[in-house]
Design a binder for this molecule. Structure first.
Ligand code: HEM
Length: 154
């Protein structure tokens, strides 16, 4: 198999990972918007919705895992040349930020929400604002990473 085909194979895997991660991030954002609408009307129905939306984080994990593994493959196949370039360094920093945002900040807020609606409702408004902030940061970073990756500004 030629190196060009292997490189293209990693790009395909990278884009499948992106599709999964960015796709579920948008679905998560839309799902939580629906959840809050339902929450003000019928709390028990909203709790069922939350279970469905709650499953998205597994797909996000698979997506980011695929992105990172194929990204390492791309670095290997391109002999690390991009590692020297500014766009890649900024992108790498943003990838770390998005991982922290997803698995530390976002996940924590969602667990707090699940606990809060299962028991006595405490600080639900604050959690709502935090989850909104999580989504804004998430989608903004994905967009900037996409711009950097495609235009490769230097
Ligand atoms: C959320 C995280 C990420 C997103 C959304 C993303 C997205 C993309 C996109 C859209 C491209 C352009 C593909 C093309 O031009 O054909 C790309 C290229 C690339 N990515 Fe990522 N990426 C991410 C994370 C990573 C990571 C963690 C690494 C390295 C460990 C990496 C390494 C690379 C390399 C080396 C290229 C250039 C490939 C080439 O043009 O030959 N990416 N990325």
């Amino acid at each position: 198999m030629s190196t060009q085909v292997i490189l293209q194979g990693f790009v395909v895997l990278h884009l499948i990972g992106l599709l999964l991660f960015a796709g579920t991030s948008v679905a998560d954002f839309a799902g939580y918007r629906q959840f809050w609408k339902q929450y003000s009307l019928d709390k028990s129905k909203a709790a069922v919705m939350l279970q469905t939306v709650g499953g998205f984080h597994i797909l996000m994990r698979i997506g980011i895992g695929l992105i990172i593994l194929s990204g390492i493959g791309l670095m290997y196949m391109t002999h690390g040349v991009f590692g020297e370039q500014l766009w890649f360094r900024v992108k790498f920093g943003l990838v770390i930020l998005i991982i922290l945002n997803t698995f530390l900040y976002g996940r924590r807020q969602k667990i707090l929400l699940e606990k809060s609606i299962a028991g006595p409702e405490t600080g639900i408004q604050k959690i709502k604002e935090n989850i909104r902030l999580f989504h804004i940061v998430q989608l903004l970073i994905v967009f900037i990473i996409l711009l950097l990756s495609v235009f490769k500004f230097n």
